[in-house]
Ligand binder design. Sequence first.
Ligand code: HEM
Length: 198
Amino acid sequence: MAKNMLQIARAAIDQMPPACRFTSRDGEVIRAHEQFLLALEPELITLFYDTLFGHPPTAEVFIDGERPAREQTLAGWWRRTAAGPLDDHYFAWMAEVGLAHVFRGVGNPMMLAMAELVATFVVKQARQAPLRPADSAALAEAFARLVSTVSAVITHGYDESLTSALSLARVRALTGPSAAGNRRTRREALNSRPETSV
Ligand code: HEM
């Protein structure tokens, strides 16, 4: 049975060593800097899309005139990230957002690179801001764990969608044309598959 977004998010997080995972304490640190993070929005969005549109393989993903709409969706993500709550629903939403990218041909290398760009931007801004060094370090760490956890969820969603697509393609190949008279059941097809050796 296909996994739902919450299951995908939890399965991804479970695979991460606990010390690397985003924690509720990280959520509190991010929330405590909500206003600081929200103020970064315009600069972050410009950096994000200038980077994507400045590189042909990522620029090609977009259709003409799409940038304003994409800037709005990223702003929505940023506001939710800054305000929280960064809970199960947030990570399930990230799994869904990851899949929306799969449908548009956005690969994991593109997603991971942009997640890293966001984390590096926040760390740099936090260092330059008039924050106490301990607060700046805590925010940088919390953000690094958030971005690795979001990346884990997105890449796991990608793996899951690929596995489902491959398994569907395999069943279709085994069951043959879908004309009612010719169709074998999934069980018959799987039972009669050729033996494979390792
Ligand atoms: C940290 C990485 C990224 C984040 C957080 C992010 C965030 C989002 C969000 C929240 C949406 C709205 C999804 C929805 O409506 O369900 C979206 C859509 C989209 N993003 Fe991203 N994005 C990221 C990376 C990228 C990259 C690397 C590309 C292209 C190279 C890209 C291209 C798009 C496109 C084309 C859509 C529209 C999808 C659709 O047709 O519904 N994004 N993104």
